[in-house]
Design a protein around this ligand. Structure first.
Ligand SMILES: *[C@@H]1O[C@H](CO)[C@@H](O)[C@H](O)[C@H]1NC(C)=O
Ligand SMILES: *[C@@H]1O[C@H](CO)[C@@H](O)[C@H](O)[C@H]1NC(C)=O
Ligand SMILES: *[C@@H]1O[C@H](CO)[C@@H](O)[C@H](O)[C@H]1NC(C)=O
Ligand SMILES: *[C@@H]1O[C@H](CO)[C@@H](O)[C@H](O)[C@H]1NC(C)=O
Ligand SMILES: *[C@@H]1O[C@H](CO)[C@@H](O)[C@H](O)[C@H]1NC(C)=O
Length: 325
């Protein structure tokens, strides 16, 4: 009986210890990402998702360490979100995108190949922003390209207002297309600065004032048909918007390695800005993309994704824009 008691005592102690170690990890993660839940029930629900994510992340990173996967993941601020909730971090693009491929944008013969480019080094990329829980990546990507292209042409870098487009283009936080943003800016006659019209991530009433507009630009846009044209465009003219099918693991990418998955989620699409490209020492070509999920995600908000493999069907969604005054 005594032995049994000691055994039960030891077992209980071991369990309590195991649970508290486990708990420490959860508590630490919550603290790092400032997570607070409204009820205990909510916390258990989130924790169960977090646990599932943790398993996926550990398994993925084990494969990455073995060289089977080309990139690493982490338990970031999306770790307690369901797949459906992550959907709101994307933005489904309407069909028929290939209708207006601009012929003149393709098959350029005047281009010289440049092995690598990174527009961040040329100080023409604004800091990484955060779309929050709003399907507004089509605004962030399109505005990001206007900011960079304006800077490249007119030598001034302004951070522009995504909230203006959100409130005034008529779509609110609904899914959209980068072209909706560019059309809106053309029609509105300008766009205000981020500082004068800050982002809230909620559809509010339109507060655009033409006289406070930061720039008056004429944006023309079109689609590019392949990654070669994309590289030439990025190298010679500046950042371009690309869209692609999402992958739940992409949301856990930690910035290490080059993101690559053969299969991606056909139901979810996301758009980002290509700010450059390069090749790893191992010979893998990659795009440098600027995302709109905050600086906590990926490599300070950026990601490296495989190039020239039509990753997640990105070839279908390459949108370039040119601006003039
Ligand atoms: C580009 O060139 C390819 C092959 O050279 C041709 O099939 C295609 O029609 C051309 N596209 C355009 C838009 O001119
Ligand atoms: C491309 O990557 C190499 C390292 O792999 C780096 O030395 C080089 O500066 C990069 N090029 C650009 C344009 O960033
Ligand atoms: C956004 O809010 C405005 C009112 O502020 C409303 O008129 C509009 O219909 C809303 N748009 C969407 C897509 O919900
Ligand atoms: C905008 O630019 C395009 C192409 O350069 C031009 O055809 C068009 O007339 C311009 N629109 C306005 C309103 O200036
Ligand atoms: C991407 O999504 C489309 C549906 O929009 C699907 O037909 C296609 O197979 C998907 N491709 C990849 C690589 O996930």
């Amino acid at each position: 009986v005594k032995m049994e008691r000691i055994f039960i005592f030891a077992l209980t102690l071991a369990m309590v210890l195991a649970m508290s170690i486990f708990d420490t990890e959860w508590q630490n993660w919550k603290a790092i990402y400032g997570k607070e839940y409204s009820s205990l029930q909510e916390e258990w629900f989130r924790r169960a998702i977090w646990e599932k994510t943790k398993k996926e992340v550990l398994e993925h990173n084990r494969l990455a360490d073995l060289g089977i996967k080309s990139y690493w993941t982490e338990l970031n601020h999306f770790a307690d979100m369901t797949s459906d909730e992550l959907m709101s971090k994307g933005c489904l693009l309407p069909p028929g995108l290939q209708e207006d491929i601009a012929e003149e944008f393709n098959n350029r013969t005047d281009v010289i190949k440049i092995p690598a480019i990174d527009w961040r080094n040329k100080h023409c990329v604004t800091p990484v922003k955060n779309q929050l829980s709003c399907n507004s990546c089509w605004i962030f990507a399109a505005v990001g390209v206007v900011e960079s292209r304006y800077c490249i042409q007119y030598k001034k870098l302004y951070s522009l207002s995504e909230q203006q487009v959100l409130d005034c283009a008529g779509k609110g936080c609904d899914f959209g297309n980068p072209k909706d943003t560019w059309n809106y800016i053309n029609k509105a006659g300008g766009i205000m600065k981020e500082d004068d019209y800050a982002y809230t991530g909620k559809n509010e009433s339109c507060r655009f004032i033409l006289s406070k507009s930061c720039m008056r630009v004429n944006i023309t846009y079109g689609d590019l048909a392949n990654e070669e044209d994309l590289a030439n465009e990025v190298a010679h003219h500046g950042p371009v918007v690309i869209g692609m099918n999402m992958s739940d693991l992409f949301s856990k990418y930690n910035g290490e390695g080059v993101f690559y998955e053969e299969e991606c989620n056909a139901e979810k699409k996301h758009v980002v800005v290509v700010v450059g490209y390069n090749t790893t020492e191992g010979g893998d070509d990659y795009w440098i993309i600027k995302n709109s999920w905050g600086t906590e995600w990926g490599n300070k908000g950026y990601a490296y994704i495989r190039r020239n493999v039509n990753l997640c069907d990105m070839k279908k969604y390459i949108f370039k824009a040119e601006i003039s005054k």
